[in-house]
Design a protein around this ligand. Sequence first.
Ligand SMILES: NC(=O)c1ccc[n+]([C@@H]2O[C@H](COP(=O)([O-])OP(=O)(O)OC[C@H]3O[C@@H](n4cnc5c(N)ncnc54)[C@H](OP(=O)(O)O)[C@@H]3O)[C@@H](O)[C@H]2O)c1
Length: 265
Amino acid sequence: MLLKDKTAVIYGGGGAIGGAVARTFAREGAKVFIAGRTPAKLDAVAGEIAAEGGFAEIAQVDALDEQAVNRHAASVAERTGGIDIALNAVGFVHVQGTPIAELSLEDYFFPVSAFARTNFITAKAAARHMAPLGAGVIFTLSTPVSRMPGPGYMGHNFACAGIEGFSRHLAGELAPNGIRVVCLRPHMIPEAVEKGSHTREVFQMAASREGMTVEERLRGAAGGTLLKRLPTLAEVADTAAFMASDRAGAITGAIVNLNGGLLLD
Ligand SMILES: NC(=O)c1ccc[n+]([C@@H]2O[C@H](COP(=O)([O-])OP(=O)(O)OC[C@H]3O[C@@H](n4cnc5c(N)ncnc54)[C@H](OP(=O)(O)O)[C@@H]3O)[C@@H](O)[C@H]2O)c1
């Protein structure tokens, strides 16, 4: 097992990516603490983990609320002795597909502010309970939009580029404490759309402007990659498990591409 007896906190743990990573971390031996706003989504993931014999605990936490996140992280750390792994898999519906001439300042700025805020809050809370251990891994999530030209992705482009910059900087801030930071950058995940991810609504906006369905847009995106395919949830979760393990101990400040070769760093 890659993560035997590790304590992992996953914000947005009831979502498509958060849930997939939670199940994989639990299979790899971690105790998984999943947090989000909707208990039913969290219960579903925790139930699947328990059915496989793993450990999962849920908590209703707004990942934009600093005090709530701090209280949750402190309560986990108090009972487990510290936090080993933290993932922010929170996602927000935001406007895509609207060119700058028609884009309001509010719609442009919402993803910038929401993603910057939640990643700061959760990383800061987790780092506080990793530092005394002298070890830990903090994950952020970005998308290839960070490096793609428009039109129509302006707020999300800034948000994703910001998450990547934040992750690199955080790696430098926390390296003296033995804490690694890894940013996962998957391309569009068709399975996530099928599982009720907020991304269906986001992709629908851009697809509608182009006269396409979401499924047609996903097929087009797959065709634009070197491998002519998009990532699976299992691939994202397995990559996270490896990156969280000691086998990836030399990796920090990295942006990990899971995009079939759409972007080459
Ligand atoms: N799916 C993709 O194709 C893809 C590709 C690359 C990157 N990503 C990124 O990966 C992340 C997760 O995507 P996903 O597809 O897994 O989305 P998802 O299925 O919609 O999951 C997002 C989760 O965030 C939770 N959430 C939203 N606001 C929250 C808040 N204030 N506090 C706590 N939890 C909150 C939601 O649950 P509640 O509403 O119940 O709280 C939901 O469970 C996003 O940042 C997305 O940009 C996704």
